[in-house]
Design a protein around this ligand. Structure first.
Ligand code: AP5
Ligand code: MG
Ligand code: ZN
Length: 214
């Protein structure tokens, strides 16, 4: 199954992907995670991306598209993938259409996880992520069993550098202007499946599986 998950910053894309990729046995491709990995390793791509990420802006389309094209051609994507955080602009969506066409692959569905803006600041400033395995927690809504430690691997939890109030507000503005138009783009293609993301994590997962006919 080849899927795409959309939604605002803090909408719960990453959280749902952790569960869905296991449930559906498909590969998680998060462009945000890939950039953070590059930042950590200090690559040229990471250095370029970090400036945009810390300003709450999008990384230029050509850098993102090249990175995703390369990732989709790797063997673990052949059995199915779940794209998270890409595409985020109409040119990125058009580039993805062309790439998938060339590869002879079709998207099965585009999930849109909808959450009202007023919920997102609290979700993002309270988010904690595992340094070792990337698992996501929240200080109120998805507490780790031991404060500051990952339930899955015992790794140390940290706060993303773009999860400050000022950067979050900038990211939400950018989302509304640049990414929201993709909802109509995929609705017109008949691929859009809408899910209410303003519910408990496990309920969102159930609704996603239901719209996928699982
Ligand atoms: P990226 O990492 O993709 O960030 P984002 O889109 O802003 O989304 P988030 O990861 O912040 O939120 P999420 O929806 O995954 O929520 P999560 O599950 O963690 O991108 C970062 C940056 O990289 C961008 O700003 C940009 O600069 C660059 N970039 C990436 N892709 C790009 C692209 N294609 N083009 C250009 N630039 C790109 O949940 C959030 C919190 O809420 C967690 O604490 C979680 O525990 C909690 N939570 C989750 N679900 C629920 C629920 N149902 N109820 C209560 N709490 C919940
Ligand atoms: Mg995420
Ligand atoms: Zn961990």
């Amino acid at each position: 199954m080849n899927l795409l998950i959309m939604g605002p910053p803090g909408g719960g894309k990453g959280t749902q992907c952790e569960i869905l990729t296991k449930e559906l046995n498909i590969t998680h491709i998060s462009t945000g995670d890939m950039f953070r990995e590059n930042v950590k390793k200090g690559t040229e791509l990471g250095k370029k991306a970090k400036e945009y990420m810390d300003a709450g802006q999008l990384v230029p389309d050509e850098l993102v598209v090249a990175m995703v094209k390369d990732r989709l051609s790797q063997p673990d994507c052949a059995a199915g993938f779940l794209l998270d955080g890409f595409p985020r602009t109409v040119p990125q969506a058009e580039a993805l259409d062309r790439t998938l066409n060339e590869m002879g692959i079709k998207l099965d569905a585009v999930l849109n996880i909808a959450v009202p803006r007023e919920r997102l600041l609290e979700r993002l400033t309270g988010r904690r992520v595992c340094k070792a395995c990337g698992a996501t927690f929240h200080v109120l809504f998805n507490k780790p069993k031991v404060e500051g430690k990952c339930d899955k691997c015992g790794g140390e939890l940290y706060q993303r550098s773009d999860d400050t109030e000022a950067t979050v507000n900038q990211r939400l503005d950018v989302y509304e202007v640049q990414t929201q138009p993709l909802i109509a783009y995929y609705r017109e293609q008949g691929l859009l499946k809408e899910v209410n993301g303003d519910q408990e994590i496990s309920k969102v997962t159930r609704d996603v599986l239901a719209v996928l006919g699982r």
